[in-house]
Design a protein around this ligand. Structure first.
Ligand SMILES: NC(=O)c1ccc[n+]([C@@H]2O[C@H](COP(=O)([O-])OP(=O)(O)OC[C@H]3O[C@@H](n4cnc5c(N)ncnc54)[C@H](OP(=O)(O)O)[C@@H]3O)[C@@H](O)[C@H]2O)c1
Length: 259
């Protein structure tokens, strides 16, 4: 059974992806900052599913974080068959008012580290002529997003990058999947300070578990773009037939603070 490396496995969608993979009998490398939570999950999964779990506590927004994790897995002689770039966060508010260092960390995590991980592990996968990569994008990837401008732009990058790399490696036994969840119940809303946004306030959101089960299955099938939820798929596709200026206005309305 394949070994999966999952970033952002201490909470939300990443934690649930780890559970799904372990339930199939797969070993894991789990990465996030909160090493205590990772080790708690390691103990639970090793006991319940008799799998091997290796944990790495790392701030993935720091320069060279991906290389350090890659070198650690090499040192441990762990072959990564599935790379799941899930760690990410957003920030809610008018761009001009937001803290710059948080935007930079977001770009580093959501874009730079994800791209570097892909570059590192893809080289090994190409040599083996097998492997799967799943990059967690978002329905935010399909249009620009006033009040979360940088976040939406990072996810547009993830979608664009994933589709292109999938095309480049499709004849090498490797698949790349961009998982695009809509608003999902997790620690994301608190981390992005967006609890007051009309997008989530008072709304019953899908669980991280439902998104993880869907995403994992899409990765195994080698689906290139996997949008969770029927209405999310309809909306993501409808923007292609709607004037861009109108799409931005509608997104602003959906995103703004609930009144
Ligand atoms: N929830 C949604 O509504 C939603 C919708 C679409 C897409 N997504 C995407 O889904 C992915 C997972 O988010 P989630 O909803 O599961 O949110 P979450 O519950 O907040 O989990 C985020 C995970 O990322 C890790 N992380 C954050 N900053 C990190 C850093 N600097 N270094 C290493 N790890 C870091 C966190 O672990 P530590 O804090 O321990 O580091 C945590 O495990 C993200 O890419 C997000 O953009 C979420």
């Amino acid at each position: 059974m394949a070994t999966a490396l999952i970033t952002g496995a201490s909470n939300g969608i990443g934690l649930e992806l780890a559970k799904v993979h372990a339930s199939k009998g797969g070993d894991l490398v789990l990465v996030a900052r909160n090493i205590a939570k990772l080790n708690e999950l390691k103990a639970e999964l090793e006991k319940q599913y008799q799998v091997k779990v290796y944990t790495i506590g790392k701030d993935l927004s720091a320069p060279n974080a991906a290389l350090e994790v890659y070198e650690e897995t090499k040192k441990q002689h762990i072959q990564i068959d599935y790379l799941i770039n899930n760690a990410g966060f957003g920030d809610f508010g008018m761009f001009v008012d937001l803290d710059w260092s948080k935007q930079l960390q977001m770009i580093n995590l959501n874009i730079t580290t994800l791209t570097h991980f892909t570059h590192l592990y893809l080289q090994d996968m190409v040599k083996r002529k097998s492997g799967k990569i799943m990059n967690v994008a978002s329905t935010a990837a399909f249009q620009s997003g006033p009040t979360m401008a940088v976040y939406y732009a990072t996810k547009a990058y993830v979608l664009s990058f994933s589709e292109a790399i999938d095309n480049e490696v499709s004849d090498k036994g490797i698949t790349v999947t961009a998982l695009c969840p809509g608003a999902t119940e997790s620690g994301f809303q608190a981390a992005a300070s967006m609890e007051e946004s009309a997008l989530v306030k008072g709304k019953k959101l899908p669980t991280s578990q439902a998104v993880a089960i869907y995403g994992y299955d899409a990765m195994l099938k080698g689906k290139t773009v996997a949008i969770h939820g029927f209405m999310n798929a309809v909306m993501a596709n409808s923007v292609r037939f709607t004037p861009r200026a109108l799409v931005v206005k509608i997104t602003r309305k959906l995103q703004d603070k609930a009144h």
